[in-house]
Design a protein around this ligand. Structure first.
Ligand code: OGA
Ligand code: MN
Length: 289
């Protein structure tokens, strides 16, 4: 059907032409979206008035199995009754603003660190689809970094050094940085996962750095050297030339490829403004429906 893409950044990110994703079910159009994801890694779809079940259904049609083992699910039940629907908001079950010291708020602040979704799980997240319901009148943006462009900008020697390295990712590690502690029982459910530091898109073969604030150490190196390497790569990967900043409008659906990008939420006054989005993430498994 000839979906169009308008590029938003020199390296990546594009706005897709008018389409109603609630009604997209044919393989040809879904394949066009996947091809757009392979090329741009972040796609912005405007005016997508998804109900929750429609968002879940679209994600399943598009990419199969949904990720439900979120870090937040060990803190308590989702207010939506479905762990595949991640609550990206500063609201409690009654719709009021979360108190400053509410555990769910402090846990959610971790989204302001550069990360990929569910890299602390195996399989990790592949595509994340974030739908904007309530957007503050002040900037409360999300930034994305192109991890393919970051990889390609490394010199050949550094790229060679990274080959074959394996990284441990843990949500306890990234939350610990913010002073957030999980209980021993919670930690039982959140043991972390190991993933390669360099990953390739299975269709294009294009390689990217697979990093996140969850990345705690390099299995193949002593801990200090590994931490220093991860820190150096994180600094490199989020240089301004690799970053696209998205300003939300109500009705936006943004899809990102967690293999090819990192992202973070930007700071805003969450004690004053309501911000409400819902995320569905698919699992990075081989079977593509
Ligand atoms: C997410 C996320 C950042 C934001 O939805 O996975 O990290 O700006 N969001 O809300
Ligand atoms: Mn995220």
């Amino acid at each position: 059907m000839g979906l169009t893409f308008r590029k938003l950044h020199p390296h990546f990110a594009a706005e897709a032409g008018a389409i109603d994703l609630r009604r997209v079910g044919d393989r040809a159009t879904l394949d066009e979206i996947r091809a757009g994801m392979d090329e741009y890694a972040v796609l912005v779809f405007r005016d997508q008035p998804f109900a929750d079940d429609e968002q879940l259904q679209f994600a399943t049609r598009f990419d199969g199995t949904l990720h439900a083992k979120t870090g937040a699910s060990v803190l308590g039940k989702s207010r939506f009754g479905n762990e595949a629907l991640t609550d990206i908001s500063n609201l409690d079950e009654g719709g009021g603003l979360l108190k400053a010291d509410d555990r769910r708020r402090v846990y959610g602040l971790g989204n302001r660190l550069w990360h990929t979704d569910a890299s602390f799980q195996d399989p990790p997240g592949r595509y994340s689809m974030l739908s904007a319901k309530v957007v503050p009148p002040v900037a409360a943006d999300t930034e994305f970094a192109d991890m393919r462009a970051a990889y390609e900008a490394l010199d050949a020697e550094t790229r060679g050094t990274l080959e074959g390295l394996r990284v441990h990712h843990s949500i306890a590690y990234s939350r610990h940085v913010l002073g957030f502690e999980f209980s021993a029982q919670e930690l039982e459910k959140l043991k972390g996962a190991v993933h390669p530091l360099v990953r390739a898109n299975p269709r294009s073969g294009r390689r990217s750095l697979y990093l996140a604030s969850h990345a705690s150490h390099v299995l193949d190196w002593p801990v200090p050297e590994g931490r220093l390497l991860l820190r150096e790569l994180m600094e490199h990967a989020v240089l301004p030339q690799f970053v696209y900043r998205h300003s939300w409008r109500v009705g936006d659906l943004v899809i990102w490829d967690n293999l090819a990008t990192m992202h973070r939420g930007r700071r805003f006054d969450d004690a004053t403004h309501r911000r409400e989005l819902r995320r569905v993430t698919t699992l990075d498994v081989d079977t593509i429906c």
